[in-house]
Design a protein around this ligand. Sequence first.
Ligand code: PHE
Length: 367
Amino acid sequence: MNEEIPNLTAFDEAALDQAFARLERQAREAAALLSGEQAVEAFRLQWLGRKQGRLNEVSGRWLKTAPAEARRALGLRFNALKAVVEGLLDAALGSGPTDAALAREAIDITLPGTRRLTGAEHLITRTTNEIVSVFAALGYSVGVGPEVETDYYNFECMNFPPGHPARDTQDTLVIANQERRPQRDRLLLRTHTSPVQMRTMEMQPPPVRIVIPGRVHRNEADDATHSSTFYQVEGLCVDANITFSDLKGTLDHAMKALFGSAVKTRLFPSFFPFTEPSADLQISCIFCGGKGCRKCKESGWIELLGCGMVDPAVYAFAAEKQPAYDARKISGFAFGMGVERIAMMKYGVSEIGKFYAGDMRFLEQFV
Ligand code: PHE
């Protein structure tokens, strides 16, 4: 803050020099700190204001009280000071913000900016799309169904009767507090995409050719190759005269399309309540070409999916809404595959958990 203008007691040259030098220093110091229009205007009023300005006070106190012989020397110094203050004001007005003000607002342009990553397909999405595309090219359409499913669709209509031991093969996560409902209406997290077979057949008479991608859940412990949440692609083909060789040929083509034309397939007997006969499809090991290695446990083959001819019991359930599902007139096959397993093989992923962890270092590798 500027101190008050003192009264002058001596008017010799040395005393005047000292008094004016002090004022000039004060003006310069004040001007150096100016930032912003308001501060500059305050400075102008403080120094050059007509009534309370410091220069006005100087001329009032000093010039008027000065002895006649000191007036000229005082006047010269006064004019010089005034010129300095006006110069400071001009500089403050014309030069924009001070260095101090600029420093306060400065942006550090050496900081790296915020990088906006381009989105990319997740490996699960990509693999799902690859599988779906293979079947789309064969004329299959795509369907989906609910993840929270009823006991009826997940099990009963797929020929797992209530209490049947086959239900134990799919450890189920059930929705709480459903006991008051009849068993068929109780809600659960679907353990497979197969219930959408029935939902599709109930909505349309044969012929049906559809693939159904989706998320499923099982009450399983997570390990390197198992996750309680995972993805499947289901397939269903129902028409007149569909045979087991159609199943074999379709899946052999699909595996060659997905893994390369050198891949061989074979069917191994299996069991599912909703297919008869049932099979597991195996492909020749894509890592060793079938010679035998650690990945295929020296067998040369890798088990990839479940399949079979649609069981007549399933058509009987479908016929409740669509009578055209008559096992004497139509036939068909179904299959279901795990997307993670296929993605892990195709892209060399060794731990299933990597798909869900959201670690950019993993995901970025497949952009
Ligand atoms: N739903 C079966 C599973 O999840 C797979 C499957 C689908 C088998 C269709 C046969 C036919 O294990």
